[in-house]
Write a protein that binds this ligand. Structure first.
Ligand code: CP
Length: 333
């Protein structure tokens, strides 16, 4: 494996194989399999789970890793192209990225969306520019429109809990958040659930519809896997018979890049905080998923997060095993 960037680059059989390997590594650790190997990690955006789980995963496989991020005492990094560097930044990403890559056997990069131009973010321009500077196997640790490691861990989490593939109902729900957040998790999660063969409903208020190209890609994946994709703004209808609700806030696509208009619109939906009432029409055992970090009392109630519906800690724990499988395939073959 030379790249882990988009779950749709893999067949469902290949994903099943990766999850089998992740389950195997969870039960039977292989502490020497990547001995002497190094993973270079570049975080241009913040993280808790991704940063910790990649480092822990590499250690558990016998390898090592290092992290570079602008928060550390590194030279200021310039990311703009064609600029005269007479400001505070002392080093350009065009030199920094190949240097970082040269120290490792594989590279992970996290770079969130700029959230200025939706077409650029949908095309993942920033991540593609960074990728072009790397001549080693590359892992997308979340870009403008992809979060494949989260997607693989979420698929594994649902498999482990025997949440049905075909016939399983997955509700991807927008939730309130004070800030306009990126599209990477909702877009890639929608496509993951559709590819898994589930019947997916995107529940969101007006002004927060996911981009047409994302819905089309998800519908194509659903068609191939025997699932379906619908949109709704009706909570009761969307939640009817649901096996899973996956909550996430995202930017208004109507006002993409306009923070003021986005804020004025989202403030109308402050009551989109998931609590037990949302589950009235769902299956009795319906689970609550979220990639974390999550704001308590804003996105979801304490009662749901602390109760039996929540599988958020399982999802986060599975990040490490899913990524260990990716690292194994990438560095051992
Ligand atoms: N879910 C996730 O990617 O978490 P972090 O942003 O903390 O890495």
């Amino acid at each position: 494996m030379n790249s882990f960037n988009d779950l749709t680059d893999f067949s469902n059989d290949e994903i099943d194989n990766l999850i089998d390997l992740a389950n195997q590594l969870e039960k039977n650790p292989s502490p020497n399999v990547l001995k002497g190997k190094v993973l270079s990690l570049l975080f241009l955006s913040p993280s808790l789970r991704t940063l910790a789980s990649f480092q822990a995963g590499m250690s558990r496989l016998g390898g090592g890793s290092f992290v570079i991020s602008p928060d550390m005492s590194i030279h200021g990094l310039e990311t703009r192209h064609g600029i005269v560097m007479d400001g505070s930044a002392a080093e350009h990403i065009k030199e920094a990225v190949p240097v970082i890559a040269s120290y490792g056997d594989a590279v992970g990069i996290r770079a969130f969306a700029e959230r200025e131009n939706i077409d650029d973010d949908l095309e993942d321009i920033k991540f593609k520019n960074l990728s072009s500077l790397v001549d080693k196997p590359l892992i997308n640790m979340e870009s403008a429109i992809q979060h494949p490691c989260q997607n693989l861990a979420d698929w594994k989490t649902m498999d482990n809990l025997e949440i049905p593939k075909n016939g399983g109902k997955f509700v991807l729900s927008w939730a309130y958040h004070p800030n306009a957040l990126p599209l990477a998790v909702p877009a890639s999660t929608l496509i993951m659930a559709a590819k898994r063969g589930m019947d997916v409903t995107v529940l969101r208020p007006d002004g927060f519809a996911l981009p047409k190209s994302i819905l089309e890609k998800a519908t194509n994946e659903a068609t191939k896997s025997g699932g379906s994709v619908l949109e709704s703004d009706n909570r009761k209808v969307a939640m009817e018979g649901a096996d899973v609700i996956y909550a996430k806030s995202w930017s208004s696509t109507l006002h993409y890049g306009d923070q003021i208009k986005d804020k004025l619109l989202r403030e109308k939906f402050i009551d989109w905080c998931i609590d037990e009432e949302w589950f009235n029409t769902a299956k009795k055992q319906c689970k609550f998923m979220h990639c974390l970090p999550v704001r308590r009392g804003v996105v979801v109630s304490d009662g749901i997060l602390d109760g039996p519906r929540s599988i958020v800690i399982e999802e986060a724990r599975n990040r490490m095993y899913a990524q260990m499988a990716i690292l194994y395939k990438m560095m051992k073959g």
